[in-house]
Design a protein around this ligand. Structure first.
Ligand SMILES: Cc1cc2nc3c(=O)[nH]c(=O)nc-3n(C[C@H](O)[C@H](O)[C@H](O)COP(=O)(O)OP(=O)(O)OC[C@H]3O[C@@H](n4cnc5c(N)ncnc54)[C@H](O)[C@@H]3O)c2cc1C
Length: 195
């Protein structure tokens, strides 16, 4: 199939571009290997903010006396919060599906896109062609190389929001750049990252 544009990845970058080009009359192929909406809707902005909101409510309830409110026996039902978070995610994801469905010249391909030529991609066995391909494949969790990390049940932004019970202990790791900075500091600040 030949398209005016092929867009790989249906995240914050790919979706608006796909909708805009389709609205301008282009034939567009949008390829997504996982969930519509990408990181932000599924494992980023939307679910984290839903859960942070619940954390804020718990904070207010636990500290209610500060504002002259009596709230006793405050506890958190994490399984319920996770299920509410999943509902929000599903509804936002469904919103993206509706956006796709209402555009006849926008075709969604589900699967892993890979280039097989300068202007050709394959999704499974389906060959797609276009002079213009936009790679909006975003990000994914980067697991740092730390000795012993593979022997413990570590969590990422994708897995931590599926926990059904609060962990007894949790040690957040700095992101890769922060790790580099810590390493540099240990080495006496003699590397580019510290400058
Ligand atoms: C925990 C967390 C919280 C965040 N909170 C916020 C926030 O509050 N506000 C904010 O502005 N930003 C936030 N972000 C950042 C935001 O999620 C990203 O900036 C945004 O999602 C990037 O959009 P994108 O389209 O570039 O990539 P993505 O959203 O990552 O989308 C890329 C898509 O491409 C697909 N894909 C990749 N390779 C292929 C392939 N070969 N074939 C087919 N499909 C493929 C992926 O499955 C994915 O769906 C947060 C990120 C995280 C991780």
């Amino acid at each position: 199939m030949k398209y005016d544009a092929i867009i790989v990845g249906s995240g914050q970058a790919g979706n608006p571009l796909a909708y805009r080009l389709a609205d301008l009359g282009w034939s567009v192929a949008l390829i997504e290997k996982k969930d519509l909406g990408g990181t932000c809707i599924n494992v980023g902005c939307t679910p984290t903010k839903t859960m942070v909101h619940r954390a804020q409510v718990a904070h207010y309830a636990r500290n209610a006396a500060r504002w002259g409110v009596n709230a006793l026996n405050v506890s958190v039902d994490l399984a319920k919060i996770v299920s509410q978070k999943d509902e929000v995610v599903l509804s936002f994801r469904g919103g993206q599906q509706k956006q796709v469905d209402k555009r006849a010249n926008l075709r969604l391909y589900r699967g892993h896109a890979r280039f097989v030529g300068a202007h050709q991609l394959k999704v499974d066995d389906v060959l797609l062609e276009s002079e213009k391909t936009f790679i909006d494949t975003g990000g994914r969790p980067n697991i740092p190389v730390i000795p012993g990390l593979d022997t413990v049940p570590y969590l990422t932004n994708e897995t931590i929001m599926q926990l059904m019970a609060l962990p007894e202990r949790c040690r957040p790791l700095p992101c890769l750049q922060e790790l580099q900075i810590l390493h540099c500091a240990k080495e006496g600040g003699k590397c580019g990252v510290c400058k």
